[in-house]
Design a protein around this ligand. Sequence first.
Ligand code: ZN
Length: 391
Amino acid sequence: MDESRSFSGNAAGKSDLSTCDFSFDGPIGSQGAVIEKVGKNHFHIKLGHAPGNPGWCNMLYFRIMRNARGNSPRIDVSFQGGDDMRFNHNSATWSYDCRNWHAIDWVNPDEPGKQGDSLLFPGFREDAVWFGAQVPMSHQDVEAMMKRWGQHPHARINVIGKSLGGRNLYRLEVTDPNSGIPPAKRWVHRFANEHPGEHNSQWRMAGMVDWLLSDNGTECRRKNICHFIIMMSPDGPGNGWYRVNAEGFDMNRTYLVDGSGSGQQAHEAFIVQKDMESLMASETPVTTSWSMHTWGGPVEPIFLPGPEFGTKLGSFEEFKNIVADNDPGGLIKPLAVRKNPIKLSVMWSSGVYTQFGITTVLCEGAGRWTSKQKSLDAGMILMKSIAGFYQ
Ligand SMILES: [Zn+2]
């Protein structure tokens, strides 16, 4: 009876999934997640919480290591700690190869996570399956891209430090070292992702780099220097941390406007802010600093404009029009200037402005997108527009 039951109910004639087929460790994972079997191909996962923040759930990422083919599991998910940073507020995707991702909807995405939610998967055609929040990017993905980008003669990979988990913190620098324009006369842009679970903003940056290193970016590389920190909290994706580092700091509440201080801010934030300060003290200080995040709706850049607008360059309105012209598909909301006064200078999206007075951008949106290509395209459009304005 048991045997015939375990070999029925799926097209491939293989056995049903069991809890030991699931893994929450690896390049994308979910620290503290526990799985139990409810019924045939029906499971319940209880999520763990972020370090130091019992009310913040870790995002769900898992891998079915074997045996998925022919099965269409139902997975119920819950979190006991509260509904802040709920696990189902962003898009979700699954993949056979951790590269090409397919959309899947949460059943009740607008309900607070404490009430639980479910995923109803289609019948799988392969044995190994990955699942993640937004379109996942692991730190291994970052390393692979750095290797690829680093082969370009105009790209330089700087390892500015290591995370508490021992992972490299990268700053990719792109410029044409042999352009006739002296470095000090170039525009300098810096882009960084603070919240490790906001992957669609990381793919946005990957799209920017791809465009910049293509033939289309030749002129831009002559006149500009661009710095990219794809992941400021590289220990996040392997643990399912949405906002934090290993110390539990919300990584976008880690800026010190009076200057970086070892032991006074999150470990990785100290390394990145110190690096930023060294750029500011160099002969090529940063002109624009972008904080890359996600929330609902299209990509949404909100500016604290610096001194270059209307003096050395055109008006903000002109920049806005360039983006609109490059974006016929409406992937990016019209550029906006921030109207509210700065309340929280500990945020990178305002602290940089407070400390240095340079153009500082909070770039949100795209949190519910399930297409990696869309984020790459939005990044390409942003980079092309920056190239068009910062001549
Ligand atoms: Zn964020």
